[in-house]
Design a protein around this ligand. Structure first.
Ligand SMILES: [Zn+2]
Length: 354
């Protein structure tokens, strides 16, 4: 046995797929040919993830437009000019906004689990987007004939269906991406927004039994896009006490790229609740250098000084390409880093006798 270890989600898409997506948008490639490219990417990604020795695999988000926008597939009631998220290197990502109700997902994540199961030989973990992130789709000026309350009711129903569909399709674990948690403290230092986000996500989680919640986790990070972050300057101390109020069991936490990981581990130790499991980030997805397994091992041993081994796991700091067009990290680099995490986790597990 070893410590549990899982990746976050996204793997850089193959260049042939990115080229195909571009050609499709220009009207120069048929849907059938694009679908074939998606299928090749999915199959190859799962095979390469399994080749790393990963005990749990994912679809690498090969067929998602992004970790946050996949539910908006083919929706006609959205416009491009929603909330803008600034990153530290100066680039931005803009969310769409809702133009009419009701809000229904264009696709539920269970479809990705089903597709991955056709090729997978290992348990599958699926990442889903949080209700709190999608709550940002509702514009400040409102939507005619569709109140914010009606939107939130629909949003909760859809988020619950998204998670439940993953389990029904056979997912082993489901991870709710909550990157906006840390960002919210930057947008609203009073932390009222963070509290609202946590309350909303807990309304979603209340639809699941305790047994189901043992298989549900939450991912936190300061954002990761084009090798830049949006909220790394927010002190983890301002997030962690509230983060652990989420009624999930597993917490997938960026840590390797933190300036002072020991300080963060101390905060985790002080606020960790019984039954929670912390998957510490031991791979820095922004740094292009591939970690040595011994470096990973040492990061885990350091975490074990603060977190009981029975509540410890390992992960990467973030997905490698949360947005489909992010090519800042190569595919080979991503798989090499994941392999280092697997080997480093085995090394640490031997020392920790688990
Ligand atoms: Zn992340």
């Amino acid at each position: 046995m070893t410590l549990p270890t899982e990746s976050i989600g996204s793997i850089p898409r193959p260049p042939a797929l990115l080229e195909g997506i571009e050609q499709f948008r220009l009207g120069k490639l048929s849907q059938a040919k694009l679908d074939a490219l998606y299928e090749d990417a999915l199959k190859d990604t799962i095979a390469r993830l399994e080749a790393t020795g990963s005990p749990v695999i994912s679809d690498g988000e090969q067929t998602k437009s992004s970790f946050a926008t996949y539910p908006l597939l083919n929706l006609t009631n959205i416009a491009a000019d929603g909330v803008t998220i600034p990153f530290e290197d100066g680039h931005t990502r803009q969310l769409p906004k809702l133009t009419a109700g009701p809000f229904k997902y264009g696709i539920h994540a269970g479809a990705y689990v089903k597709a991955a199961k056709r090729y997978a030989h290992k348990p599958i973990k699926e990442a889903v987007i949080s209700a709190s992130a999608l709550s940002l789709l509702y514009p400040a000026e409102g939507v005619p004939g569709y109140s914010r309350e009606a939107f939130i009711t629909d949003l909760i129903q859809e988020t619950v269906a998204d998670i439940r569909g993953c389990f029904e399709a056979g997912a082993y674990h489901v991870q709710i991406d909550f990157t906006e948690g840390r960002l919210s403290v930057k947008l609203d230092p009073s932390k009222k927004l963070l509290q609202d986000f946590i309350d909303l996500n807990n309304r979603v989680l209340s639809h699941f039994t305790i047994e189901e919640r043992k298989r549900i986790g939450v991912h936190t990070c300061p954002g990761g896009d084009h090798d830049s972050t949006h909220s790394a300057d927010v002190d983890y101390a301002d997030l962690i006490p509230d983060l652990f109020k989420l009624d999930a069991t597993n917490f997938y936490m960026q840590l390797a790229s933190e300036k002072n990981p020991e300080q963060v581990l101390g905060i985790i130790k002080n606020h960790l609740k019984p039954g929670q499991r912390i998957y510490v980030g031991v791979i820095d997805v922004i740094n292009p250098d591939v970690e040595e397994p011994e470096q990973v091992r040492d990061r885990i041993l350091q975490a074990a000084d603060y977190i009981p081994v029975a509540q410890l796991g390992t992960t990467d700091d973030c997905g490698f390409s949360p947005f489909e067009d992010d090519t800042s990290t190569g595919r080979d680099t991503a798989f090499a880093k994941i392999k280092s995490r697997i080997i480093g986790t085995e090394l640490a597990s031997k020392i920790l006798n688990c």
